[in-house]
Ligand binder design. Structure first.
Ligand code: G1P
Length: 294
């Protein structure tokens, strides 16, 4: 019988060097976007798709992530006393989810981080969410990927076309479209130069993987940047088993990058009931000022 996707792995051990000095002592994943840390958006996205077990692969200086998703007795008592029921519910909601934490040890790459999750994933299919890729919360990318997984019973990657000058930042695929935005992948390369890239279709930070990926990662030697790359393990898997991709045409923000982070903040603030009205007015005034200046 086919197993349902109820586990998700969140690699969160990276050093966040693109965000220094903010990330010197605090995890990148805890940088707030409006009123939630970045990683909470990914956790809530997974939760909306029926994920029940949240497996975090963390590292040094990442304790704040564990605290964030834990219950906070003193804070909860304080909110209770003050009658702040809404806020109390919001704070308690997160700690009711089931989390597991593993340390990556040496940050040897995305493939290595995922391999660390094997004792928790065991022999089940699982989702991987890279929390600095923020997907518009109104989009159902992960749910669609799970449906494709259920149909083909194999690996599914999220894909998006990227401009030529960004190709070197992604895993890039070759493939042919076999259905509406569904690709059968025939090759992939981690962070190629634009001239050697097989297409302009990038792998973005959502994956549905099957447990056989672990044995492929184990056999994967260090690749681009001296790291054990998930893309290389998937490329080896591809020779034995079909791998599909879903071409996403919705909104995604690379919040691991300063400009992407600011875009995510603006877009999510515009959707936030708490600030959207005032923020929209403010943005209009900024836009008209900029127009006058230019
Ligand atoms: C990782 C993957 C890469 C993928 C990207 C998506 O790279 O290695 O294949 O395209 O995530 O965000 P990273 O951004 O960790 O360098």
């Amino acid at each position: 019988m086919k197993k349902k996707v109820i586990k998700a792995v969140f690699p969160a051990a990276g050093l966040g060097t693109r965000f220094l000095p903010a990330t010197k002592a605090s995890p990148k994943e805890m940088l707030p976007i409006v009123d939630k840390p970045m990683i909470q958006y990914a956790v809530e996205e997974a939760q909306r798709c029926g994920i029940k077990e949240f497996i975090m692969v963390t590292g040094k200086s990442k304790r704040a992530i564990e605290d964030h998703f834990d219950s906070a007795w003193e804070l909860e008592e304080n909110l209770k006393k003050k009658g702040k029921e809404e806020m109390l519910k919001e704070v308690q909601r997160l700690s009711q989810l089931q989390f597991a934490y593993i340390r990556q040890g040496n940050p040897l790459g995305l493939g290595h981080a995922i391999l660390r999750a094997e004792p928790f994933v065991k022999d089940e299919p699982f989702a991987v969410l890279l929390s600095d890729d923020i997907i518009d919360p109104d989009d159902d990318l992960l749910a669609r990927m799970i449906k494709i997984y259920e149909r083909y019973n194999t690996t599914v990657l999220a894909l998006q076309r990227v401009p030529r000058n960004e190709i070197h930042r992604y895993g890039i695929i070759a493939g042919r479209e076999v259905g509406n935005n569904i690709y059968k992948i025939t090759d992939m390369v981690e962070k190629p130069s634009p001239s050697s890239a097989p297409s302009d279709i990038a792998i973005i930070g959502r994956y549905i993987l099957t447990p056989d990926i672990f044995s492929y990662i184990q056999k994967t030697p260090p690749g681009k940047g001296g790291e054990i790359q998930l893309t290389d393990a998937l490329k080896a898997l591809l020779k034995r088993r079909a791998v599909y991709g879903y071409l996403f045409d919705g909104r995604r923000y690379d919040a691991g990058d300063k400009l992407g982070y600011l875009k995510a903040t603006v877009e999510l603030a515009l959707k936030s009931p708490a600030v959207s009205k005032g923020f929209r007015e403010y943005l209009k005034s900024v836009a008209s000022r900029i127009q006058k200046e230019s």
